[in-house]
Write a protein that binds this ligand. Structure first.
Ligand code: AMP
Ligand code: MG
Length: 542
């Protein structure tokens, strides 16, 4: 990391709070829960906390914000990012949005426990919005407390940074701070509330605007504000779209913008499917217009490959947000965004809006094929042969418990020697199976048949073996934030031992590299974690 990180005092950060400057504020400044009309946000200060303690911070995000390491380790840093002090230029507010939750329109939601601090302009001239999650009540808190607990904050902090290092678009996390305040949570909504340690994460992103920010104004038929927010968003968050040139034909610009959101969303979901990330709550208020992974709640990583898996116990019966359904849910959500902007278009644009929506499908399909080719180490995806190859692979992976991450990583190791016997052929993959008894002779035969077909397909590419392995290892991570690893780090952090949070943060900086002294973190889920809360089951309670 070079030494241009020169800010040593938070009061020297440069803020340009354009969202506040250009969009209307709620005139009411009292912090009571309410419906907010005709405004994009409400001013609200973070609630001070008793005894903030820094658990971890991200060096990379600090660097992006030009913050020196000693500043990040200072008492003032902890005070500011716990919400106890606003540094010079910070202006605190919560934004108004709505959303569809589990397919139903939920009305006003908004930043119920997120408090924005403004937008930093860094030395490279980039705009980065800062937001505290868990910093207290806002007008949008509805019947909840505005707080967050340690376990969900560790999960958000680590996963945002892990996703970034995997090359997946995401909001970032600067800091994770224990507040010293108790927070009461009934983790499984079963009448067993417990006191948990409170925490605050400072999230960082170019913008936190969600699909729901547009939906709320359309639902309220406030088309003036809808247009104002959309124009603002295109101008600020999509500067490459040349807002000025389009002032005579804003409809064309809106359509082009929507198409771009479709493209970015498709790209995001392809990434999630690649690494086996299941968001868990793909409500429209949790969809970023920039195509970032946002709002890490009851997310999870596939351990055994299962298209039907969701980590979210709140969604256990319908499994709306299961792994295999993420691509169609994203499409459904984009349909809601299309409905939201439609009032700004004419009937004649309906076809174009539909066509833009189809761009999602096309982009996803192409992206998915390229992604699968990458995972399998093929030079390019040939639908004539490879669709079938993938279908059979998924059937195999799903029919016995197979660790997805281990499997793909180890697939790169198999011998391409067509003369190998079955046992030799399968041996690099043994580690990926959870229940050895499931590997019946029939199953092994079918797996070997697939492997031989696969080898033939790879050989047809006539690429050097080590080249193929290198390409595969660059898209098939060795290390992901396995659900049980996050839980072990949480257990320790709850005992004031932050070593594992920091160890995982460090490990996940290089998810595609071999890290010989960290081999244990690449192992498949141990048996004790199979049914343990927090490891395989999570709820929305956070
Ligand atoms: P989520 O399911 O986390 O995306 O949250 C849905 C809505 O509930 C958003 O408006 C959140 O701000 C709000 N919310 C979630 N948890 C809390 C909380 N503890 N206090 C206040 N609002 C919350
Ligand atoms: Mg949310």
């Amino acid at each position: 990391m070079n030494s241009s990180a020169t800010i040593t005092c938070l009061d020297d950060l440069v803020f340009d709070n354009r969202f506040l400057r250009e969009l209307p504020a709620d005139p009411e400044t009292a912090n009571n829960r309410r419906q907010v009309f005709g405004a994009c946000y409400s001013y609200v200060s973070p609630t001070p906390v008793a005894q903030p303690t820094l658990v971890a911070y991200s060096k990379e995000v600090a660097h992006t914000l030009d913050l020196s390491e000693s500043l990040c380790e200072s008492a003032d840093f902890t005070e500011v990012f716990a919400g106890n002090r606003l540094s010079a230029g910070m202006e605190a507010y919560a934004s108004c949005y709505g959303g569809h939750q589990f397919g139903n329109w939920a009305g006003q939601l908004g930043d119920g426990r997120a408090i924005n601090l403004g937008e930093v302009i860094n030395k490279r001239g980039e705009r980065w919005a800062l937001q505290l999650k868990g910093a207290g009540l806002t007008p949008y808190s509805r019947n909840a407390d505005g707080l967050a607990v340690l376990r969900s904050s560790v999960r958000e902090f680590l996963c945002s940074e892990a996703m970034y290092h995997l090359g997946i678009p995401t909001t970032r996390a600067l800091s994770l701070i224990l507040t010293g305040e108790p927070v009461v949570r009934d983790m499984f909504y079963d009448g067993n509330p417990e006191i948990e340690p409170g925490a605050v994460v400072c999230r960082v992103a170019p913008s936190f605007t969600r699909f729901g920010h547009f939906q709320i104004f359309t639902a309220r038929q406030d088309l003036k504000l809808l247009k104002q927010l959309l124009d603002y968003t295109i101008r600020t968050d999509f500067p490459e779209m040349n807002f000025r040139g389009c002032s005579d034909a804003p409809e064309q610009l809106y359509l082009a913008w929507f198409e771009e959101v479709c493209r970015r969303t498709a790209n995001l979901i392809v990434h999630w499917q690649r690494v086996g990330f299941v968001h868990g709550v793909m409500n429209t208020d949790n969809m970023s217009i920039l195509g970032l992974t946002i709002d890490y709640g009851p997310y999870g990583w596939l351990e055994n490959f299962d298209l039907n898996w969701t980590p979210n116990t709140t969604d256990a019966s319908d499994r709306r947000y299961r792994y295999g359904n993420q691509p169609s849910i994203a499409f459904w959500n984009l349909g809601q965004l299309a409905n939201a902007i439609y009032p700004l278009l004419e009937t004649q644009h309906l076809g174009a809006l539909q066509a833009a929506l189809n761009v999602y499908k096309e982009t996803f399909e192409q992206g998915w094929q390229a992604m699968m080719a990458g995972k399998l180490g093929l030079k390019a995806f040939d639908p004539a042969t490879d669709l079938e190859l993938c279908t059979e692979l998924f059937t195999l992976l799903q029919s016995v418990e197979t660790d997805m991450t281990c499997f793909y990583r180890r697939l790169a190791m198999i011998s391409l020697d067509t003369g190998s016997g079955d046992e030799e052929l399968m041996s690099p993959l043994t580690e990926a199976y959870y229940v050895p008894e499931q590997l019946t002779p029939d199953y092994q035969m079918r797996l070997c048949a697939w492997l031989r077909r696969y080898i033939k397909r790879v050989l047809a590419d006539a690429e050097a073996d080590d080249e193929r392995r290198k390409r595969m290892n660059a898209v098939n991570p060795k290390y992901v934030l396995r659900n049980y690893l996050a839980q072990l780090a949480i257990d320790k952090a709850a005992q004031q031992d932050f070593s594992m949070v920091n160890e995982l943060l460090d490990l996940l900086r290089h998810p595609y590299d071999e890290q010989p002294d960290k081999e244990a973190f690449a192992a498949k889920r141990p048996d004790w974690a199979r049914q343990r809360a927090g490891c395989s089951m999570l709820s929305c309670s956070s």
